[in-house]
Design a protein around this ligand. Structure first.
Ligand SMILES: [Zn+2]
Length: 685
C-alpha cells in the first residue's frame, strides 16, 4: 500500500481552506481523512474515524482547546468541515477519572461540550481520540490488519509484525471502556506509532497530519507483507458446475429472505438485493470450510449493524434443478431466522430483557458457484452490505491462509448489534409504506410514467424505469434518484421484455409492483381502418401489457410473496371515442386482461388493478393536439382540459397517486380507479 499524499494537493486544500476561514491543521486533517476514506482496503461506509486537537474560538469569543473528531456515521471519503464536530477537550479528559459511564449520559456530556450546539454527535470512538495525547489520531478497520488480528494468536502475530511500534489492546466494545483501556496501554508501553485494537482495527498517531496518515499506510503495508510472505495458497479448485443465471436465482433468494408481516394480512417484509461475484469469491467458496467460517462472525464489530453477524449460506444452484434450490433456500433461510431469534432471546435475557428484536432476516447471502448478495431495506443498504461482505471474504480468506479466522464472541457481537449508539448510525428509521419493494414502470419516460416512478420512489420503493427510448429512460431515472434503474425495453418485442425483467431481477433481486403504462394512440373509423393499424395498436396496447404482466408474474411466483399488477387502460376502455376504435378496442381488451390476471393469480396473492384516466397532458395529448381540439370545439384550452364534472384539469401526478393507492390497497383486486375529474359517460358500472 502506498501513501496517497501529494504535496500539491495538500497545498491546494490548505489554500482552499484559508478562503473559508479554515486553518492549516484542520485543512490537512480533512485532506488525509479523505485519503484514508477513499481506499476501501482501509475503511468502508462510515467506518473508521480521525481527529485533531487544536485551539478554537467559541461563541463567546474565548479560546478553548478542542478535539475535532469525525461525526458518527460520516463517510470519510467525501468528508467536509461539517463532517467534524469540535468538543471541548478539558472536560472530556476529566472523564477519565470515572470507572464507567452510562452511554446516554456520555452523549449528553459530549453534546453539552460541543462548540457548535447544532453539530452532529461525535463518533462513538471519540473518547479514544480524546484520551490519547497526540495532535492527530487516525483509526481504520484495514482489511490486511483484520486478517492478522482476527486470529486466536493475534497478539503474537502483531508482536512479530509490528514489534513495539504498536501497542496491543485486548478486545473491548467500542466506547468509554475501550478508550480507558487504550490509554492505559499507551502509557504503559509508549508505542511509537499507534495501537492495535484486537479483533477491531488499528490506530496511528502523529504530530502532524502527514505523519499520522503515513504511519497508517506503513503499518497496513507491514501487515500486507506479512500475509504475502506467510500465506498458503488455496488448493486449485475445480470449476463449479453450470450455475443458473443470476436473474433466475435472485427472486428465489429474495423470496426466501422475506417474512410475512404479522400485523397486516397480505403484507410482507421484503429486502432489496445487490449481487456481486468475482473469481476470488468463487475460489473462496471452494477452498474454505464455509460451514465453520460462516458461523464465526464479523471481521470488525461495527459491521454487525450492516450485515448481522453471520451470512446465510445456500447450496450451489444448478441448471435444471431450480426447484431443489428453491426448497433448500427456503429451508436454510428459515433455519437462519430461527437461529437469529434464539440468539436474540438468549442474549436479551442476559442483559435483562430490555432490547427490542430487529428483523431476523439475513443481510448477506453466499451462493457457492454464483456469488454473493447484499440485502437491505433499500438499495443503498444492500450496496453497503455487499461491500462489507466482499471485505469479509477478503479478511477471512487471508486469515485462513495464515492461520484461522476468529471473531469476537457471540455476546460481544450482540452487545454491538444492540448498542443504541451503533444503531443510531443507521439514522432515523421512518418506515415508508413501500420500503423494501421493487416497482417496474413501463413507458417510464412519458408524463404519467415519470410521475408514477417519482411517486413510488417517494413512498420508499426502488424503481426500474423501462422505456423504448434508452436516453429518455436514463434522464427519467436520474430525476428519480441515484439507485433508480433505467432499462431499454420495447414492449412489442417479447425478447426485449424478457431481457428487461432479467435486468431488473439481476439489479434488485426481483419485482413486486408493475405499472404497465406504455401505450400510444391510433385513430381511424373502424369499418374502414387498415388492419395493419389495428394490429399495430394491439401489439402495443394489448400484447404489450400481456408480455409485461407475464414476465412479472414469473418472477413474483418465484419469490412467492404475492405482487401487484397495475394497468393504464385509459377512458377508452369503457367509453369509446368517435373514430378512436384502433386505440379504444385494445384498451378494452387490456381491461379484460387485468380482470383475468386478478382471477387466475388471486390465490397466489398477486393483485391486478387498473387506472382509467382521461385527458392528461402527455406524449399522447400534446400541446398541438390540445390547441387544435379546443379550437375545433370553440372553447379555451383551459376549458378544454378541465371539461369535466369537477371542472378541474387532471394531471399526470393525479394518475400517479391513483396507481400508488392501488399498490397500497392490499385487499383490492380486479378494480378500476377512475381519474378524469368526472365524466358520467365513462363512469364504471
Ligand atoms: Zn473502529
Amino acid at each position: 500500500m502506498k501513501s496517497g499524499w501529494v504535496d500539491a494537493d495538500a497545498k491546494g486544500v490548505v489554500a482552499q481552506g484559508a478562503k473559508a476561514g479554515i486553518g492549516r491543521d484542520f485543512a490537512l486533517r480533512l485532506y488525509t481523512t479523505r485519503l484514508l476514506g477513499r481506499d476501501p482496503r482501509l475503511v468502508l461506509h462510515g467506518g473508521g474515524n480521525t481527529s485533531l486537537k487544536e485551539c478554537a474560538r467559541d461563541r463567546f469569543g474565548e479560546d478553548a482547546e478542542v478535539l475535532r473528531v469525525k461525526a458518527t456515521g460520516a463517510d470519510m471519503a467525501a468528508i467536509d468541515p461539517q463532517g467534524f464536530c469540535a468538543v471541548r477537550l478539558d472536560p472530556m479528559r476529566k472523564l477519565r477519572a470515572l470507572d464507567r459511564i452510562d452511554d446516554v449520559e456520555l452523549v449528553a456530556i459530549e453534546r453539552a461540550n460541543l462548540i457548535d450546539p447544532a453539530a452532529p454527535n461525535p463518533s462513538v470512538e471519540m473518547m479514544l481520540h480524546a484520551f490519547l495525547p497526540h495532535k492527530f489520531v487516525d483509526h481504520t478497520h484495514a482489511t490486511a490488519v483484520l486478517s492478522v488480528i482476527d486470529q486466536p494468536d493475534g497478539e503474537q502475530k502483531c508482536a512479530d509484525i509490528f514489534g513495539r511500534r504498536l501497542g496491543f489492546v485486548p478486545y473491548l466494545m467500542p466506547g468509554f471502556g475501550l478508550a480507558k483501556k487504550a490509554i492505559e496501554i499507551f502509557e504503559r508501553d509508549r508505542p511509537s506509532d499507534g495501537l492495535i485494537l484486537s479483533k477491531h482495527g488499528i490506530v496511528t498517531y502523529g504530530a502532524d497530519a502527514r505523519e499520522a496518515y503515513e504511519r497508517m499506510i506503513e503499518m497496513v503495508s507491514l501487515a500486507e507483507d506479512f500475509i504475502a510472505r506467510n500465506r498458503k495458497s488455496f488448493a486449485v479448485a475445480s470449476r463449479w458446475r453450470d450455475p443458473v443465471p443470476v436473474a433466475a436465482a435472485a427472486p428465489i433468494v429474495r423470496g426466501a429472505c422475506s417474512v410475512k408481516d404479522e400485523k397486516t394480512e397480505g403484507a410482507w417484509r421484503r429486502l432489496v438485493l445487490e449481487f456481486r461475484t468475482s473469481d476470488a469469491a468463487l475460489a473462496f467458496f471452494k477452498a474454505i470450510d464455509l460451514p465453520r467460517v460462516s458461523h464465526a462472525g464479523v471481521a470488525t464489530p461495527d459491521h454487525t449493524i450492516r450485515t448481522k453477524n453471520w451470512p446465510l449460506v445456500l447450496p450451489h444452484p444448478e441448471v435444471g434443478k431450480l426447484d431443489d434450490f428453491a426448497r433448500a433456500a427456503r429451508e436454510a433461510a428459515g433455519t437462519f431466522s430461527a437461529h437469529y431469534r434464539n440468539y436474540f432471546e438468549r442474549h436479551n435475557a442476559r442483559v435483562g430483557g430490555i432490547k427490542r428484536e430487529l428483523d431476523p432476516l439475513p443481510r448477506v447471502v453466499l451462493v457457492p458457484g454464483l456469488g454473493l448478495f447484499g440485502l437491505g431495506r433499500t438499495k443503498r443498504d444492500a450496496l453497503i452490505a455487499a461491500d462489507i461482505a466482499e471485505q469479509w471474504i477478503a479478511v477471512v480468506a487471508d486469515a485462513e491462509r495464515i492461520g484461522r479466522f476468529e471473531s469476537i464472541s457471540e455476546a460481544d457481537m450482540f452487545d454491538c448489534e444492540y448498542w443504541p449508539l451503533e444503531q443510531a448510525k443507521l439514522g432515523a428509521t421512518i418506515e415508508l409504506p413501500l420500503a423494501g419493494q421493487i416497482a417496474v414502470v413501463t413507458g417510464a419516460a412519458g408524463a404519467i410514467g415519470a410521475a408514477t416512478a417519482k411517486a413510488f420512489a417517494a413512498a420508499g420503493a426502488e424503481i426500474a424505469l423501462l422505456d423504448v427510448n434508452p436516453a429518455a429512460a436514463r434522464a427519467a431515472a436520474k430525476a428519480v434518484g441515484p439507485t433508480a434503474l433505467p432499462v431499454e425495453c420495447d414492449v412489442t418485442d417479447a425478447a426485449s421484455v424478457r431481457a428487461a425483467f432479467d435486468a431488473v431481477a439481476e439489479n434488485f433481486g426481483g419485482v413486486d409492483i408493475v405499472v404497465s403504462n406504455a401505450g400510444a394512440a391510433w385513430q381511424g373509423r373502424i369499418g374502414e381502418v387498415d388492419e395493419e393499424v389495428l394490429r399495430k395498436s394491439f401489439e402495443l396496447n394489448f400484447y404489450g401489457h400481456q408480455r409485461v404482466a407475464q414476465e412479472a408474474v414469473k418472477i413474483m411466483l418465484a419469490q412467492g410473496t404475492g405482487g401487484c399488477l397495475l394497468f393504464n387502460v385509459s377512458k377508452q376502455a369503457v367509453n369509446p371515442g368517435l373514430n378512436f376504435g384502433p386505440y379504444g378496442i385494445p384498451k378494452a381488451a387490456a381491461l379484460a386482461l387485468m380482470r383475468q390476471y386478478a382471477l387466475d393469480y388471486g390465490a397466489d396473492g398477486i393483485r391486478a388493478n387498473a387506472v382509467n384516466a382521461d385527458r392528461i397532458r402527455s406524449g399522447l395529448l400534446t400541446p398541438d393536439m390540445i390547441a387544435s381540439r379546443s379550437k375545433a370545439r370553440g372553447v379555451s384550452e383551459k376549458d378544454y382540459m378541465s371539461g369535466n364534472l369537477l371542472g378541474r384539469e387532471v394531471t399526470a401526478d393525479d394518475v400517479a397517486q391513483a396507481f400508488l393507492h392501488q399498490a397500497l390497497e392490499l385487499k383490492t383486486t380486479a378494480c378500476v380507479t377512475t381519474v378524469d375529474g368526472g365524466n358520467i359517460a365513462a363512469a364504471m358500472r
